[in-house]
Design a protein around this ligand. Structure first.
Ligand code: HSE
Length: 430
């Protein structure tokens, strides 16, 4: 690589514009650390005149990012658009084919097309780096690829979405409802651009889990059908009841190899307030790896927002500038295999079940009888009456049961004039 390194930034949303400014103010520092002078020669976004957090140089602005490849000599390209396909994929593919190193925080793209793109990078002997795609500022991918390189990792899990962790914590602290707290998260730049649904429904954390699995277990990115649930159905009531029980709701991503089979999931979990994970609050993410011989390692940090994301993007940049050319997923693509999926039906947990019912004789026994029919044993029960409306909330914590058993049992509760809604289920994390 020449002493002067030409950079392009595609996408000038919350992340792209922050990165643009960081690169400009850290030029000298980067030169001291790597011996290379960086020069931003092209930037691209839909709208040249949009009001942005930092001013841009219009001389290097392109509306169509694909024009850049014929007009400029680029060494390293940042893809910050964030789409799972379309122009994001086209830009990354074109860059790799032109032997341009690519850095991206785009987990949706990686989780969907990571194998093909990694193979393209390998063929063209350039880097495809995506540290910022998982857990914001936490250097978890480098830790797995380098720090833990010779360990046999069998489990990686944690809190992987800053927006939802912020919302759950803030609801508990402020007693404010979901919508109000979501607005705050968007203002802080945590939620996915334009579409917070991807944070709320678990998709964002799930894409991260797919990437983590591939890196941790040296496998291809799985396409398995998995349990993926977000926090849309968690109500302030659940957070308050959980709190009384010494529990907190956390959206956990879990990936584990169980008897040689891959299990991946994202869903809300109830965890004890006394545990480590129960105290990772706000926008914080935490990733826990379990491997041999290293044992358990924990990394915690801010998981969303332009600052932490830029920190990871710049770390990838320095890695490339220092000449650290490596396989995107740690090993050659040809050595990465698929492993058999674990049967989700056998996933086993204690359950929190919340029933909104009419406060009438026989309703509680109706519920417990139905649970008993499926051999689901009750561990704890809390009933809160709403006298004025002749209603009650019944929360039951069960002993452990399998996913299939729980699902079959809950279908019994779909229609009943005394059970007012389909029950809310939150799994307890063991
Ligand atoms: N929207 C993501 C989150 C940040 O809230 O964690 C980028 O991954």
């Amino acid at each position: 690589m020449n002493k002067i390194v030409n950079i392009a930034i595609i996408g000038l949303g919350q992340i792209g514009i922050y990165l643009y400014n960081e690169l400009n103010i850290k030029k000298k520092d980067i030169e001291i650390k790597t011996g290379k002078k960086i020069k931003i020669v092209a930037i691209s976004a839909k709208n040249r005149n949009k009001k942005r957090r930092f001013p841009i140089s219009k001389k290097i602005f392109y509306r169509n990012p694909l024009q850049i490849f014929s007009k400029e000599k680029i060494d390293i390209l940042f893809e910050c658009i964030g789409l799972p396909d379309g122009i994001s994929k086209k830009v990354v593919e074109t860059a790799l084919k032109n032997k341009i190193h690519v850095i991206t925080p785009n987990k949706a793209l990686l989780a969907k097309h990571g194998d093909v793109l990694a193979s393209l990078a390998e063929k063209n002997k350039v880097n495809l780096e995506f540290e910022a795609s998982v857990a914001g500022g936490i250097p978890i991918l480098k830790t797995i690829k380098e720090g833990l390189a010779t360990n046999k990792i069998n489990k990686v899990y944690g809190i992987l979405n800053g927006t939802t962790n912020y919302i759950l914590s803030e609801m508990e602290n402020s007693n404010e409802n979901f919508d109000k707290v979501l607005q705050k998260a968007q203002k802080l730049g945590y939620a996915e651009p334009g579409n917070p649904k991807l944070d709320l429904n678990g998709f964002d954390a799930f894409a991260k889990i797919r990437i983590l699995s591939a890196l941790s277990f040296n496998t291809k990115i799985s396409k398995n059908k998995c349990i993926m649930e977000g926090i849309e159905n968690i109500k302030l009531t659940d957070i308050k009841i959980a709190s009384q029980l010494g529990l907190r709701v956390k959206l956990l991503g879990i990936s584990e190899v169980i008897n040689g089979q891959l299990f991946e999931t994202v869903h809300p979990c109830l965890v004890s307030k006394k545990t480590y994970i129960g105290n990772v609050n706000g926008v914080m993410n935490a990733v826990i790896t379990e491997g041999k011989p290293v044992g358990q390692s924990v990394l915690q940090g801010e998981g969303a927002g332009p600052g932490p994301t830029s920190s990871s993007l710049l770390s990838d940049l320095l890695s490339i500038l220092r000449g650290n050319i490596k396989y995107p997923f740690g090993i050659s693509n040809s050595k990465r295999k698929f492993i058999k999926p674990f049967n989700n039906n056998n996933y086993t947990n204690s359950l929190y079940l919340r029933f909104d019912v009419r406060d009438k004789q026989g309703v509680l026994s109706l519920i417990t009888n139905r649970l008993a029919k499926y051999k689901i044993s009750v561990k704890r029960i809390i009933q809160t009456p709403d006298k004025k409306n002749k209603k009650a909330t019944i929360v039951i914590i069960t002993h452990k049961t399998t996913e299939i058993n729980a699902r079959n049992c809950l279908t019994l509760f779909k229609k009943n004039r005394n059970i007012l809604k389909f029950p809310t289920l939150i799994r307890l994390y063991n």
